[in-house]
Ligand binder design. Structure first.
Ligand SMILES: *Cc1c(COP(=O)(O)O)cnc(C)c1O
Length: 615
């Protein structure tokens, strides 16, 4: 069982000796890294960041495009910016800038706050592009960035924004930034997010508006600032065909504009959209193209259009974000509980004389073998049904019912176990597995950590960090710790997730959620006041690795403050209530206060594990 790592893993991780290892440097296992962090007494879920994977993606993007440029004898250059909305976390953006330095990799901003980050962090000279709706303040900030010496392009999404740029530039002494124009294409992408393109798209200028814009630029002598034509076909473009159509369209618009005298226009920005494979099962594969194919298509198509119209090849800009950062982050979350552990054999309390059907179950349980397992399984289920009816009618008591449930669970587990090496498991057993799903309680909030699962039913690869040399037998349904029934990843027979039967009294069991580095972190919701999990960066040197930037998830005080409570006042109230409570002795009062205070300074995730509750 390799959990589809060959589909989604991109050779970033590998399974060896029963554990999943980082395929880099000294190849530590994710379990080892997790245990090192846990030794610092950090509890709850944690995001492990691997900057080497950001480096890998940036290198791949540039090298592949540069190769396509060379092979197609294309005359323009390749450039790229990282769209901040995909992940604005400082550890991530710092890594991006560091990894992209040699390529002059820049940043894209879609809001005022993102623009401020871009201005402060982008090296002078590397490109900054600004998309999205802009007010006068945002345009002024863009002019200030230009004044600082930034290579900044404000992409206008509508005529109003162009008017504002001209007005602001005319009334201040600030430098005029480069102007980009986003065009509305008639070709539409085919992904969830393809509302970004097409005639009814939220963004971009229609053809008549484009003429209006050209007119405005001419009249105000601003044509010289118009340098970039922009489009964005939507995120996670899983099929390349619509993109090709869009490229042809945008290429023709570019060539026409050049012929209309847009001298400084030298760049086509093709937006983002490079897809990431999230599938764990071959039947769920999402992407039908490679980066090689993508870059060749872009370069070839633009070359063809330009050559046909006798126009110089433009420089190509991309704003791919998901492709750059999705793989760098792994969410590791401990399993807190397996619900069928309630049915342990040791909890049986058989009577001196049991109802005959219970005796039958005892018999089936002790004599089940590989040969008779299906037959016995059927018998056991029939018996259980009869026993439950007998209970409803008052013929057996609650103790008998508990014994029956335990025995049947044991029989199912045994039946699964004895047939675990079967090449083709019987249909009955498969159905049984699905019916007898194990529910795993995960110390994490799906709303916070994989919001696109909740919002869009997007799948993320999931696998345990160890036991990978043992066949997992339990059909798994995952529950998060929010009090919301939507915080559940149910078992899907069409793309099944099987996990191991573990005894959490004796061992930890961690699940890794992979490819969670794009969009999830700031999209995450504080449902039930579970906040961004703890995070850290794993950096490799020549011989070893180092865990740096460990940042624990916010404590309860800051969580309640973040939604507007006055935490000092809350503390005072709690203190007073304790003082006036029935606790009489001074030491008891102060001890209770201390306990409470310790708890309030911990992060909001669950802390106790089985080992600790049992001892
Ligand atoms: C969101 C966005 C991107 C990034 O898209 P990815 O699918 O993450 O590559 C790029 N450009 C624009 C204008 C965007 O809105």
């Amino acid at each position: 069982m390799n959990y589809g790592i060959d589909l989604w893993g991109n050779n970033n991780f590998l399974i060896e000796e029963g554990v999943v290892k980082v395929n880099h440097g000294n190849k530590p296992s994710l379990l080892e890294i997790t245990e090192k962090i846990k030794a610092t007494d950090l509890k709850g879920p944690i995001i492990l960041r691997f900057p080497f994977l950001i480096q890998k993606q940036i290198n791949t993007l540039y090298n592949t495009f540069q190769k396509a440029i060379k092979e197609n004898h294309y005359k323009g250059k390749f450039n790229a910016v990282f769209p901040l909305k995909v992940n604005q976390y400082p550890q991530v953006v710092e890594s991006i800038i560091k990894c992209g330095k040699d390529f002059n990799y820049g940043l894209e901003a879609g809001s005022k706050a993102e623009l401020i980050i871009a201005m402060a962090i982008t090296p002078i000279g590397s490109p900054i592009t600004v998309n999205g709706f802009k007010d006068n303040e945002m345009i002024t900030i863009g002019c200030i960035a230009a004044q600082m010496g930034h290579n900044i392009t404000l992409t206008i999404e509508g005529i109003g924004e162009l008017k504002s740029i001209i007005e602001i530039a005319n009334t201040t002494s600030l430098k005029v930034p480069n102007i980009g124009i986003r065009i509305r294409l008639h070709h539409q992408g085919e992904s969830y997010w393809s509302k970004s393109s097409g005639m009814d798209a939220k963004f971009g200028l229609t053809t008549p508006e484009l003429f209006e814009a050209i007119d405005l630029l001419h009249k105000n002598d601003y044509f010289k600032y118009f340098t970039m034509l922009h489009f964005h076909a939507g995120s996670q473009i899983e099929s390349i065909k619509p993109l090709k159509k869009a490229l042809r369209e945008v290429g023709n618009v570019y060539a026409e504009l050049k012929k209309m005298g847009a001298k400084q226009l030298t760049k086509i920005n093709i937006g983002g959209g490079l897809a990431v494979e999230y599938a764990q099962h071959p039947n769920k594969r999402l992407i039908n193209y490679s980066l090689e194919e993508f870059s060749n298509d872009v370069v070839f198509m633009l070359k063809e259009v330009m050559d046909n119209k006798g126009v110089e090849h433009p420089d190509i800009y991309t704003e791919s974000g998901r492709f750059i950062v999705a793989s760098h982050a792994v969410l590791v979350a401990p399993v807190l509980e397996l619900f069928s552990q309630d049915y342990q054999e040791k909890l049986l309390q058989l009577k001196d004389t049991n109802p005959p059907l219970i005796e039958e179950l005892i018999n089936l349980n002790s004599s089940l073998t590989k040969k008779n397992n299906i037959e016995y399984l059927h018998d056991a289920l029939d018996h259980l049904e009869s026993l439950l009816t007998l209970f409803d009618l008052g013929y057996i008591d609650l103790r008998d019912r508990s014994n029956a449930e335990i025995l049947v669970h044991q029989i199912i587990k045994k039946a699964l176990y004895v047939s675990k090496d079967d090449e083709t498991p019987s249909l009955d057993l498969e159905t049984m597995q699905v019916k007898m799903q194990e529910r795993y309680l995960i110390n994490s909030s799906f709303f916070q950590s994989i919001p696109d699962y909740w919002g869009l039913k997007q799948h993320f690869p999931i696998m345990p960090l160890d036991k990978l040399d043992k066949k997992p037998l339990r059909a798994a349904c995952l529950w998060d710790i929010t009090c919301d029934s939507d915080g559940e990843i149910s078992f899907n027979p069409d793309a099944p997730l099987y996990l191991h039967d573990v005894d959490l009294n004796n061992e930890e069991y961690y699940l890794g959620f992979f490819n969670v580095g794009a969009y999830q972190e700031t999209l995450g919701m504080k449902h039930n006041l579970f906040e961004h999990p703890s995070e850290c960066t794993v950096e490799f040197n020549d011989i070893d690795y180092e865990i740096t930037h460990i940042k624990e998830s916010n404590n309860m005080f800051s969580i309640i403050e973040s939604i507007g409570y006055d935490s000092a006042q809350i503390m005072t109230t709690l203190k007073n209530n304790i003082a006036f409570s029935q606790l009489i002795r001074e030491e008891d009062i102060s001890e209770t206060l201390q306990t409470l205070e310790i708890f309030l300074y911990q992060n909001g995730y669950l802390r106790t594990t089985h080992q600790e509750t049992d001892s």
